[in-house]
Design a protein around this ligand. Structure first.
Ligand code: FAD
Length: 292
């Protein structure tokens, strides 16, 4: 099913994100996680794409295809372009189509300073155009957005102006970068709608349940940290069980507030941990429409 169709019939859409394991030997445990995640009855699961653009050992296509064809859950395959040639991208689009995948998230990918990049594509909108052209508009395209602005943009306003290029290139659903302050999301949403961006926007939520995530994810994300969040981190930094529970409670509270404000969708960054996703889903399922 095409993802924009789901947004036409459901509010909020509930989706999950997973990433391919580093080693193929861990594929079985990823599929076990997918079986567990299926209990949340997600509307779709998206699968990230290695930032390096290395096609040879890229398992995104295989995983997204299995989610759809074996587990019966709609899937989205991410695709990055900054480190790929046009030929690479075209081959990956063909692979997606051969694997029956109907939805792709078009992404630029991060630029590592000093790294020799191919630069045939400079921005996600150029990739979206290529996906449309190559697939004969058969693939539906999703894209990323940033409630507090992308780290390379001069301002949130200019980032939103640039976001319009993606919409013009055929992106029909947006998913946000993680954030911890819902007010930042509401302000972004107002600005995006005033700029004429009317496609559904799902809020990307990452439950922070481990101290290791604080340094790796929270600090790198550049997301603003409301007092309630920093108080939680200071209270439970050295108490793993306490942090696990508090992190889930925080994410549940964030999601409930978003749903009560009429958000189009909630997209959980699961970090491949089904228990966290199941616990968050438990905390919000009374506010979700019945799965079809
Ligand atoms: P772009 O849309 O190209 O934007 C990048 C910067 O360029 C922004 O500052 C923007 O304002 C500016 N810009 C955009 N278009 C133009 C234009 N036409 N002209 C001038 N300036 C422009 N990374 C991965 O490696 N793999 C993944 O699977 C992955 N999944 C992600 C999923 C989500 C939901 C999100 C939010 C991010 C994901 N990322 C992933 C990270 C993403 O690749 C990085 O954030 C990257 O730095 C930007 O990607 P983008 O597609 O938003 O780029």
């Amino acid at each position: 099913m095409k993802i924009p169709e789901i947004y036409k019939t459901k509010k909020p859409v509930f989706s999950l994100e997973i990433f391919p394991p580093k080693r193929r030997t861990n594929m079985a445990s990823l599929y076990k996680a997918v079986e567990q995640l299926a209990k949340c009855k997600p509307d779709f699961i998206s699968v990230t794409y290695g930032a390096g653009g290395n096609m040879a050992d890229n398992a995104t296509c295989e995983i997204a295809s299995n989610i759809k064809n074996t587990y019966g859950i709609e899937s989205v395959a991410h695709l990055t372009c900054v480190n790929s040639t046009r030929e690479d991208v075209q081959e990956m689009i063909s692979r997606f189509q051969d694997a029956d995948i109907e939805n792709v998230m078009a992404l630029r990918g991060d630029i590592v300073p000093g790294e020799d990049i191919k630069r045939e594509f400079r921005h996600a909108n150029e990739l979206a155009i290529e996906i449309q052209r190559k697939s004969g508009e058969e693939l539906e395209i999703l894209g990323a957005c940033y409630p507090e602005g992308h780290y390379q943009s001069e301002s949130l306003e200019s980032d939103i102006q640039n976001l319009k290029y993606k919409i013009g290139a055929g992106v029909r659903v947006l998913i946000t970068q993680l954030f911890f302050d819902n007010n930042a999301f509401y302000e972004f949403l107002d600005l995006a709608r005033s700029a004429g961006i009317m496609v559904p926007i799902s809020a990307g939520i990452m439950p922070i349940v481990k101290a290791s995530q604080i340094e790796k994810t929270v600090q790198l994300s550049g997301a603003s940290l409301p007092h309630e969040f920093t108080a939680m981190i200071s209270q439970y930094e050295y108490d793993p069980e306490g942090l696990y529970q508090a992190g889930i409670d925080y994410a549940v509270k964030q999601c409930r507030d978003l749903i009560e404000h009429g958000v189009d969708g909630v997209h959980l960054y699961t970090m491949n941990d089904p228990n966290v996703a199941i616990r968050v889903h438990e905390g919000i399922k009374d506010l979700l429409p019945d799965p079809q």
